[in-house]
Design a protein around this ligand. Structure first.
Ligand SMILES: [Zn+2]
Length: 485
């Protein structure tokens, strides 16, 4: 209820205070007394803790700071859990879109938090652009797929609601102040609303799918950096609010009741985090150049669009020139049948795609990674396939690069970049800053880049047959059995 006291806009007071039961009512109204929705004997719940990096969770488990999460997913202080690979760029909007559509980034329109539409930069971090987002995602997400099959879903996510049977709603004006001022009470409101839905609805009528987007960890890690104690304090508070919900999901109808309801749930993140203390002034420098170049600074990645076609060599020259910008570290560009990765120190790696694919999944490509130039010990990417002898490097199916990923193997970068540059609206070039830098200013923590800390997120599951190894998080709903209607 703290949220309601914090605001003086009467309209919002009304909406904000009602929200904790509004979703339950809305769901009830939509599903009772009609033939519109089929009853299902299954419920799947996906908790998406925005910005929960593997490191933040590990620290929490080691310090017994998240006991409800540890209990729910049978985790110990050793902090061993499965990893998922986020879509690149490691940003919220592309990743939630990938998770909710089950598609890799090249298959959907949300290529970044900021994308070019009709030559204008549209920033989805700005609430006023959520209608555009809703339009882009129409009929694409799991909510629509379920609705098409007369199955119900509920979305606790302000930005991703289209197609859901019931969802949390707030006006854009109040959402702006809400998001900026009091993310802790948004999460509290979300979880109390979810708890109401689950207790006010008979388990036999629970939705087929519930999506729960929790935003406070991300906001705290941006403000103070992912290693700050306040992130752990926040996660602990969130964990305590999750405990009763896990309890209800574990015992639908109460601990004394035998229920036939099949419930599974998972907790994951859209991306991880880096501590950031430096700012790479890319757009400031491009603005002084005498060329028509669009730089979209998107946290820890900067896609660049060039307004007229230029040769591959000119693009490589431009990449080298802009790698001189302070705190810029990597450039990547699509060239011929592959992707070039150039580093400030002169390192040059190349991903090449096979013309005739070896036996991969239908539609899946094969690639190989090789260093054309490698100066000294690069801390990243520590890919195992470092052979300079091109002929010796085998083509490998993209999903096998994910599976090869381990604590000393960064192979996930190959499918991540392959998917990104396969997008029909992929930029001419991208730049990635040093590990401790970003293109924004004023954040103690940020994300968007390609490091393990940003790209490999925890995947915790309950009653889900998890396939061993690292998989894209866009596979998670399928793995949970929500897809495949
Ligand atoms: Zn964020």
């Amino acid at each position: 209820m703290r949220a309601c006291l914090a605001f003086i806009i009467p309209l919002f007071l009304l909406q904000g205070c009602q929200t904790s039961r509004a979703v339950s009512f809305q769901y009830h109204d939509a599903t009772y007394g009609g033939e519109t929705y089929k009853l299902s004997d299954k419920t799947s719940v996906l908790f998406l803790v925005d910005g929960l990096s593997s490191e933040i969770l590990k620290t929490s488990l080691r310090n017994e700071n998240a006991p409800a999460i540890a209990d729910a997913f049978s985790l110990t202080k050793s902090a061993r859990f499965s990893y998922g690979r986020a879509a690149f760029p490691s940003l919220t909007f592309p990743n939630i879109t990938s998770i909710l559509t089950g598609q890799s980034i090249d298959q959907h329109p949300v290529l970044g938090n900021r994308i070019l539409i009709d030559d204008k930069i549209v920033n989805f971090e700005n609430v006023t652009n959520w209608q555009t987002l809703a339009r882009l995602l129409q009929r694409k997400t799991m909510f629509y797929k379920l609705a098409q099959d007369s199955q119900s879903s509920v979305s606790y996510s302000y930005a991703f609601t289209g197609g859901a049977t019931a969802f949390q709603w707030t006006s854009p004006e109040s959402a702006i102040s809400y998001l900026e001022d009091d993310y802790a009470s948004i999460d509290a409101q979300t979880l109390s609303s979810l708890q109401n839905l689950l207790t006010e609805t008979a388990p036999s009528r629970w939705p087929r799918f519930i999506f729960v987007h929790l935003i406070g960890v991300d906001a705290t890690a941006h403000a103070y950096g992912p290693k700050d104690e306040r992130v752990q304090t926040y996660l602990h508070a969130l964990d305590q609010r999750l405990r009763p919900i896990f309890q209800i999901l574990n015992y639908p109808g109460g601990a004394q009741t035998v229920s036939n309801r099949q419930v599974n749930y998972a907790l994951t993140a859209d991306h991880g985090f880096r501590s950031t203390h430096a700012h790479a002034p890319l757009s400031e420098i491009v603005a002084r150049m005498n060329r028509k170049i669009r730089v979209i600074e998107d946290n820890r990645v900067a896609p660049v669009y060039i307004d007229k076609p230029i040769s591959d060599q000119e693009r490589i020259d431009l990449a080298h020139a802009l790698l001189d910008v302070p705190h810029v570290q990597w450039a990547a560009l699509k060239r011929e049948n592959g992707i070039d990765l150039l580093r400030k120190n002169g390192d040059h790696a190349r991903i090449t795609f096979a013309q005739t694919a070896p036996a991969c999944q239908p539609g899946e490509r094969a690639a190989r990674f090789e260093w054309l130039e490698r100066k000294g010990e690069a801390s990243w990417p520590a890919l195992k396939q470092q052979d300079r002898n091109v002929a010796a490097v085998e083509f490998t199916c993209l999903s096998d690069f994910d599976l090869a990923t381990s604590s000393d193997d960064d192979s996930y970068i190959v499918p991540a970049l392959a998917d990104y540059f396969a997008h029909p609206r992929a930029p001419d070039l991208i730049f990635i800053p040093e590990d401790g830098a970003d293109f924004a200013e004023g954040y103690a923590g940020n994300h968007g880049g390609l490091t393990r800390e940003e790209m490999l997120v925890p995947v915790l599951t309950k009653d889900v047959d998890i396939i061993r190894g690292v998989h894209p998080t866009s596979d998670l709903l399928r793995t949970m059995g929500v897809d495949g209607l």
